[in-house]
Design a binder for this molecule. Structure first.
Ligand SMILES: [Zn+2]
Length: 539
């Protein structure tokens, strides 16, 4: 490892951390207020960061340092493994940004245009402007099938607006990736994200095969109960009969309805009580967050660490229902991950081990609403009612993750095909995937870019596999916690929080993500705990 590599890293990190902070703050203001000026500021800062990371000389020096280090494997390294890891992390940041100024400008501008569409678009529902919350509310509550269908169709209007730009952006990303020597942008992104494509798609196929049978029987059972609820025949069940526009979540079929538990409740106070009980303080995060709906605001939820120095914030659009309770716990899961990373680590490693590991922790937290002790001690459900809910809730939770994994199979397979050929008939391909993995039939004659209505397709490219892997890891983490603290529940268990901080959150990015999982749970990422949980649905 060349001696001056430390100096190079220190120098570049100073600029990178300044730019990241500027990007995060401007994005935060743009997302909470819809301020176009702040959006432009964020876009400019993103371009400057991409330009910095496009420097071919830096990239060459970093690659040489990385190779020099790996060549001495096994010998005691005076610079230490932390520096080697910093070099590896920074090299990958450069690798994905080896672009020309024109390529950077083209991609960031297109991305900003699409962001604007997703932030400002409001669907037209029976002549009224409808937010995503409005549409989801119809899908959650409406019993009339034609009205549900109208709401579902409204949820897809944004697809038509976004699709041409998304295809343009996909092609721009591909052009740059191919010039850098990759097959396409998809394979480049996985490679620079420490994910092996062959491994990933072997897992995808294996998950599909192992969940085909349980999903088919659960889906049939679900459709029967939805048919009874909506007074239609099971074969008339359409995509609008599920409780969300993409059937990513288990629909309310009457078996367990947690919405009444949260009506009129102070969701942030409940979240705080739960996190306090596991020894994690989220008061400061909540204080800085933007939690409620307002005009022009970003409609989804996320958590961001503004500066890797304690300024952590969440965006939500809270309403007093189960979905938002679970989402708030989920986002705060990302929040505590950021917060409890060892502050002594260098900047480049003061980050989650991988996006999949922070998703897994967030999912463990978001899933707490299905836990009987959580329902009684945090949400104030009386004990008898909580025991009643417990079996149904455990089942609902397993079903929820099965439905989510099948949805992930659509997203992951579709996205790989999208980048392989963005000019094929994507509308038809989308419904082929939806029919294959979610067993949802397309409405007769439908030829719309429904795939482009999903925000990730445009703005969070090659991200969905992290949710899928995160879902598998969340089951693995949950069972590791149960083994350690002797109970499935985290509620009121500071030792569970302690273990998470020491073994999962604290190490940040100091190790390869799968090494961290191996050290924390005793084995690398495995689909087995998830598959076992799904198979238990039959019992
Ligand atoms: Zn998340």
């Amino acid at each position: 490892m060349p001696a001056d590599i430390r100096a190079l890293i220190n120098d570049r990190v100073e600029s990178i951390s300044d730019l990241n902070r500027a990007i995060n703050l401007a994005t935060w203001h743009a997302d909470t207020t819809g301020d176009a000026e702040q959006r432009r500021t964020a876009t400019e800062a993103k371009k400057r960061l991409a330009q910095l990371l496009s420097d071919p000389n830096d990239y060459r020096v970093l690659r040489e340092a990385e190779q020099a280090h790996s060549g001495q494997a096994g010998t005691p390294d005076r610079v230490g493994p932390l520096l080697a890891r910093e070099v590896a992390v920074l090299t990958r940041m450069y690798a994905r940004n080896q672009m020309t100024l024109e390529e950077i400008a083209e991609q960031t501008d297109l991305q900003a245009e699409i962001t604007d569409i997703f932030v400002h678009f409001r669907a037209d529902l029976a002549g009224q402007s409808a937010s995503e919350n409005d549409i989801n509310q119809v899908l959650a509550e409406e019993h009339d099938t034609p009205r549900r269908r109208k709401a579902w169709e409204a949820s897809k209007q944004i697809g038509r607006e976004a699709a041409p730009k998304v295809i343009e952006l996909v092609e721009a990303r591909n052009r740059a990736a191919r010039r850098m020597g990759y097959r396409d942008y998809y394979s480049m992104s996985l490679a620079n994200d420490e994910l092996d494509e062959a491994w990933l798609f072997a897992l995808v196929d294996s998950l599909a095969a192992k969940t085909d049978a349980p999903f088919e029987s659960e889906k049939a059972r679900l459709d029967r109960s939805l048919a009874a609820k909506f007074a239609v025949e099971p074969e008339q069940i359409g995509p609008w009969h599920y409780s969300d526009p993409f059937f990513q979540r288990a629909p309310a079929d009457g078996s367990v309805d947690l919405d009444p538990v949260f009506r009129g409740k102070d969701l942030p106070a409940l979240a705080r009580r739960f996190y306090d009980g596991i020894g994690m303080d989220v008061g400061d995060v909540l204080f800085r967050s933007g939690l409620y709906e307002r005009p022009g605001k970003y409609q989804h939820a996320y958590c961001e660490d503004m500066d890797r120095n304690g300024d952590i914030r969440v965006i939500c659009n809270l309403r007093d229902n189960h979905d938002w309770m679970s989402t708030l716990l989920h986002e705060l899961g990302h929040g505590v991950y950021f917060k409890y990373i060892d502050p002594c680590l260098p900047y480049l490693l003061r980050e989650h081990a991988h996006l999949l590991t922070t998703e897994a922790v967030a999912m463990v937290m978001g899933n707490q609403t299905y836990d009987a002790r959580w329902l009684t001690e945090i949400a104030g459900v009386d004990a008898a009612r909580a025991r009643e809910l417990e079996a149904a809730a455990a089942r609902a939770s397993a079903l929820e993750s099965l439905i989510f994994i099948r949805w992930c199979l659509v997203m992951v397979n579709f996205e790989r095909a999208l980048y392989a050929n963005p000019r094929r008939n994507l509308n038809a391909l989308w419904w082929e995937m939806v029919s294959r993995y979610q067993l949802v039939r397309p409405p007769a004659g439908r030829d719309e870019p429904d795939w482009a209505a999903k925000i990730h397709m445009a703005l969070y490219p090659v991200y969905y596999q992290n949710y899928m892997l995160g879902q598998l890891l969340s089951v693995q983490l949950q069972s590791a916690i149960s083994r350690r603290v002797g109970t499935k529940s985290l509620t009121g268990m500071p030792e569970a929080g302690r273990w998470l901080i020491d073994s999962v959150l604290g190490p940040g990015a100091r190790w390869h993500w799968n090494e961290m999982i191996q050290l924390a749970t005793g084995s690398g990422l495995s689909e087995q705990p998830f598959v076992r949980a799904v198979q238990a649905l039959k019992e």
